[in-house]
Design a protein around this ligand. Structure first.
Ligand SMILES: [Zn+2]
Length: 387
């Protein structure tokens, strides 16, 4: 038994986390000695996201590695719409193999990509609004701790400049980012807390709203430590009134005293719709937690599209094995039968297949590191999210 109410690595690998109807189906098919070669595709015909930043494939690959399957996928960190230029749902993943070799894995496969892609898509929407203004993923405390590295990884690929989780930092190979908790000021008092933070941090951020009014605390902090990097406001909602106006006032008072270099960071319940006004008011950095960590999942579904060479699928889905062509100039998508791998776009650009093979007969043939995936994502946010 696990100590906590959760599945561990082994439970997921052994597929104890599947839905029971797959277990039953497998039993029935084995009894009848039926195990056809099938192709399954994963699509998201309906979603609230205008663009999906696709992530979570890393865990799908770990799950299917060593199974006798072929796996093709849209690369992680690719931004794309859920349907192509003709409204056909885009297959994000294609899996080929004998049905019983992977049937039960449908539940965890979808779980890996639905939640991760939701978080990375939301994070990219924030990145699009903020541009070069940094934001740190602060939300792991709002979710089950077992998935904190997944939350931070997805936020980071989506565009977060840093993550707060220690284990996340280890897994991603980046230094975790953090400021100081209210607890430090409550235990030491502001003066001593700021001093120790100042003397021991590479990146000096003072939390200034534990005891005092934000404006007077900001002035005091900047007067005493003129080269502090940031003052951070985590003002409780009961005190907020007009948060943007509080920021404007602080920015004014700091500038008046020649503290233009002291920048303002804010955190606490920040949502995407709050960002433009806060930026305009003078915020230079954000800590964003719950709204990213609890981003709506992408409703991916997995369906058979071919059985033993025959194109077949359920009502409401598109049968046959497909490729996903994307124009290298205008990013237009065109879902086509898998026999077609390139086309010339109406715009004159070249449309190439972006469904890439990652697993061949159980062997992983492409491995990507996090910086490669994140760079792909960031480079597309400016171009694609404008479409
Ligand atoms: Zn084009």
């Amino acid at each position: 038994m696990n100590k906590f109410v959760m599945a561990n690595d082994q439970d997921i690998s052994n597929c104890k986390v599947t839905d029971v109807y797959f277990e039953k189906t497998e039993k029935f098919l084995r009894k009848l000695s039926v195990n056809p070669k099938v192709t399954m595709e994963i699509t998201a015909p309906s979603t609230d996201y205008k663009f999906i930043n696709f992530t979570g494939l890393n865990d799908v690959i770990s799950l299917l590695k060593g199974k006798n399957v072929n796996l093709y996928s849209i690369p992680e960190g690719t931004l794309l719409k859920n349907r192509d230029m003709n409204g056909v749902p885009v297959p994000f993943i294609r899996i080929e193999g004998n049905y019983l070799d992977f049937a039960e894995f449908e539940t965890p496969i979808l779980g890996f990509i639905c939640q991760a892609s939701g978080i990375s898509s939301y994070s990219s929407m924030i990145k699009k609004v903020l541009g070069e203004i940094p934001f740190i993923s602060f939300g792991i405390r709002r979710m089950h701790p077992a998935i904190s590295p997944m939350i931070d990884r997805s936020s980071y690929i989506g565009g977060a400049s840093g993550v707060s989780g220690v284990l996340s930092g280890e897994i991603l190979g980046i230094e975790p980012s953090g400021t100081m908790p209210h607890a430090l000021s409550l235990i030491l008092g502001d003066d001593q807390a700021w001093k120790i933070q100042y003397e021991n941090s590479k990146f000096r951020v003072f939390l200034i709203d534990t005891y005092m009014d934000e404006k007077f605390a900001a002035i005091k902090a900047a007067d005493e430590f003129p080269d502090v990097d940031y003052i951070r406001l985590d003002t409780p909602s009961s005190r907020r009134g007009n948060f943007a106006n509080i920021i404007r006032e602080i920015r004014w008072e700091l500038n008046l005293r020649n503290h233009q270099n002291v920048r303002i960071m804010v955190s606490g319940g920040i949502k995407i719709e709050d960002l433009p006004e806060l930026v305009e008011a003078g915020v230079s950095s954000f800590g964003i937690g719950t709204s990213i960590a609890s981003a709506k999942t992408v409703d991916f579904g997995m369906d058979i599209v071919n059985v033993d060479g025959n194109d077949i699928t359920k009502r409401g889905k598109f049968s046959g094995i497909k490729n996903v062509l994307r124009c290298n100039q205008c990013y237009k998508l065109n879902v086509v039968p898998h026999t077609v791998s390139h086309k010339v776009c109406e715009c004159g650009g070249s449309m190439e297949n972006i469904l890439t093979q990652y697993i061949k007969n159980g062997n992983v043939i492409i491995k990507e590191d996090i910086s490669e995936i994140r760079n792909r994502s960031i480079s597309q946010i400016g171009n694609i999210l404008n479409l």
